[in-house]
Design a protein around this ligand. Structure first.
Ligand SMILES: [Zn+2]
Length: 501
């Protein structure tokens, strides 16, 4: 069956389902419940028709340890359809939470983001990702009857770059009066180590994702992707988004990839290619550090500017790509450790891309965590493995106060416990954000396409929304979206995994 025939068949099924109900109910007086039942029947018919779609055949979904694992396989359109269908309810839920946050912080309406997606981002998206994004819309609509279209999904995919990179740039260009104070985010604590630093001399890589708890509690997808072209990928991710986006992923070409963002980064190139597209493309097509760097630089738009931490398990080499817009730098070594906690270090990147950032302020979240990584990694030189990395991601040592206290300065971030917040990211005191999940792997596991992952704070602590909101009425706008974020167990995931019996 071709696409149009398939669509016609699905529509016919829906009409028949609805007509049958209308016919059986036609003798009785019209009632709200009959109407509800008809809507439900149509929805069920639509889901049945969609579930029989041959594009879904190679795909699967199961849940474990608080994560939702999805296997996507095939050509771009089919993988998109599988993604949209299998994660339909989560995409609608995630879209509502993310779009509310984007509009709240920027004071722009949703139409603004749709327009930016349509006019600025879409024309530069590679054809295969355009097909995948369109597939997501199709699968989502087939599953849930969603009204979201491809402009919504593209704007949503760019949720890390449009509000905090594009909008402040635009406000400056247009000299917008009373523009909100928008700051690029400070997402994540991570490291990659190799050689004499690790227990077995091979690469170890670990990362915890820092975001608002509102978004972070939803960042619990494991994507196992077998694309028609390019390498096999295993990554964590957000429902509806084609890149890992926080980022943590491995590919069958031997690359291990993570990052932390550059605090107080400023800049945007409207002619560039969306970061979420470049990041996904690099994980899919790069088999070496050089190839990765090349893809990330091609059309660099400055969005979601990161310090990329890379490992090539084939050579044991690790690298840090500090990807500013005006400047960038690549460091690489076969014996060393590279850590990240949202600070740039190349003088040129600092000067040209993050001029407000103060590397000397020991009190700030990025610098306090930088000092802690230095301390912790040195203390454990030669002993670093995945089990130890998991513990490090849950570390609560505050180097500024020289004490144990979960706050904005600890590797496992708990900004909701901080009277200071993080002013560099415009996170107010007690902002409900911090480390929302963690992942770790090593070269041996990566070769077998496996990693460990834990939802919630990597230390195992729970965040509870109700008492938090009661204590912090300034965050009431989040109430419809902010949920409990309870930690799960460290759980292993691998490519081609099937659910436990
Ligand atoms: Zn913690």
């Amino acid at each position: 069956m071709n696409d149009s025939m398939r669509r016609a068949a699905a529509i016919l099924l829906v009409i028949l389902g609805g007509a049958a109900l209308w016919w059986t109910g036609s003798g009785a007086p019209a009632s709200a419940s009959a109407n509800d039942a008809m809507v439900a029947t149509i929805a069920a018919a639509r889901e049945r028709a969609a579930a029989n779609d041959p594009r879904l055949k190679p795909a699967s979904r199961f849940e474990e340890g608080g994560w939702i694992y999805v296997h996507l396989e095939g050509d771009p359109g089919a993988m998109g359809y599988q993604h949209g269908y299998l994660l339909g309810p989560e995409i609608e839920d995630g879209f509502a939470a993310v779009s509310a946050g984007m509009m709240h912080s920027t004071e722009r309406d949703w139409e603004f983001f749709r327009k930016a997606a349509h006019e600025m981002l879409w024309p530069k998206i590679d054809a295969e990702y355009q097909q995948e994004l369109q597939g997501i819309v199709e699968g989502l609509r087939a599953r849930t009857g969603s009204k979201l279209d491809v402009d919504d999904i593209v704007a949503f995919n760019a949720f890390e770059e449009l509000p905090d990179y594009y909008v402040p740039w635009l406000n400056k260009q247009q000299k917008t009066a009373n523009a909100p104070n928008l700051k690029s985010p400070g997402n994540c604590s991570a490291f990659v180590a190799t050689g004499s630093w690790t227990k077995n001399g091979q690469i170890v890589m670990a990362h915890n994702n820092w975001t608002s708890y509102r978004n972070g509690e939803r960042w619990r997808i494991v994507f196992d992707i077998a694309p028609k072209n390019g390498y096999r990928m295993l990554m964590d991710g957000f429902p509806g988004v084609i890149a890992s986006d926080d980022d943590f992923g491995i590919n069958s070409g031997g690359l291990m990839v993570t990052e932390t963002t550059i605090t107080q980064f400023e800049g945007w190139d409207p002619k560039g290619k969306a970061e979420f597209v470049r990041a996904r493309k690099a994980l899919q097509y790069a088999g070496s550090i050089d190839e990765y760097t090349k893809i990330m630089l091609d059309g660099n738009n400055g969005g979601y500017a990161n310090d990329w931490l890379l490992g090539d398990r084939k050579t044991g080499e690790i690298a840090q790509l500090e990807l500013g817009l005006r400047a960038h730098k690549l460091w690489r070594t076969k014996d060393g450790v590279l850590a990240g906690s949202n600070w740039a270090r190349d003088p040129k990147v600092l000067k040209e891309d993050a001029p407000q950032f103060d590397p000397a302020n020991k009190e700030s979240s990025p610098n306090a965590r930088r000092a802690r990584w230095d301390e912790l990694l040195k203390e454990n030189k030669g002993k670093i493995d995945v089990a130890l990395a998991e513990k490090m991601l849950g570390d609560h040592s505050d180097t500024a106060q020289k004490k144990e206290e979960a706050n904005e300065r600890t590797l496992c971030g708990h900004v909701d416990g901080s009277p200071r917040g993080v002013k560099e990211w415009d996170w107010q005191p007690y902002y409900p954000g911090g480390a929302v999940q963690g992942k770790a792997t090593d070269a041996t596991m990566a070769k077998e396409m496996r990693f460990m992952a834990r939802v919630g704070h990597p230390c195992g602590g729970d965040f509870l929304a109700k008492p938090f909101l009661a204590a912090h009425p300034e965050q009431t706008w989040q109430e419809p979206y902010l949920r409990d974020m309870k930690a799960g167990p460290w759980t292993e995931f691998r490519s081609s995994q099937t659910p436990k019996e």
